[in-house]
Ligand binder design. Sequence first.
Ligand SMILES: *Cc1c(COP(=O)(O)O)cnc(C)c1O
Length: 248
Amino acid sequence: MADSQDRTSELADRLRAVRDRLEGAVAQAGRPPGSVDLMVVTKFFPAEDVARLISLGERTFGESREPEASRKVAALREADPDGPTAEASFDMIGGVQSKKAKTVARWARGVQSVDRRKVLDQLVRGAQESLDDGSRTQPLGIHLQVSLDGDPERGGVVESELPALAEIVAQQDAVRLDGVMVIAPLHGDTAHWMGEAARIAQALRANYPEARGLSAGMSGDLEVAVAHGATCVRVGTAILGSRPILSQ
Ligand SMILES: *Cc1c(COP(=O)(O)O)cnc(C)c1O
């Protein structure tokens, strides 16, 4: 029990530090308090850590691997069917294989890593099935992941391919176009990349006003992302610590 308490207080301290950084960045950018969502990225960490974070008041989580994410979300919801876990939402932020897209559409509030037609089609199908059988009540939110430098390693569509994917999302009732997600390349100037992300998100919004989201910024670069208009930052390491290598 002592270890568990230690872990909870460690998470509480790190969470407070990240929330302070985020608030500072929002103020520095002259943006309204609370205008940027914090998504806690819990990939590779056990359901117990997510439960601790829920007990600390967090409600927005990002996961990146299926089927681990499915199992983790199911375990959390089963353990706390009527408590605060019901208010927690989980988004998929990692690459999705098309054969696993349907199960993702069952547990995820949204998917931020959509960058291929084939995966999108399966997510639409899965979301529609889940709406039909009542396992979800809201359309599946979609952030289209954009590659800022064309490197396929991190995923994402290049800017020129964004409009075609956006139009498919906009035409389907089972999904909702929420915006753009980026991972800033490690090379070059982060501020330059975040500026590019902001420009691309703005261009998408001009055609699809509902696509308000710009998910950008992680442990290392959340301040730069907030300065460039991010609406959601995705933070893992700064809250949970370094990712364990073997256990999920
Ligand atoms: C792991 C991950 C994060 C979190 O990154 P940290 O550097 O650990 O904060 C954010 N976004 C995506 C897409 C990720 O896969």
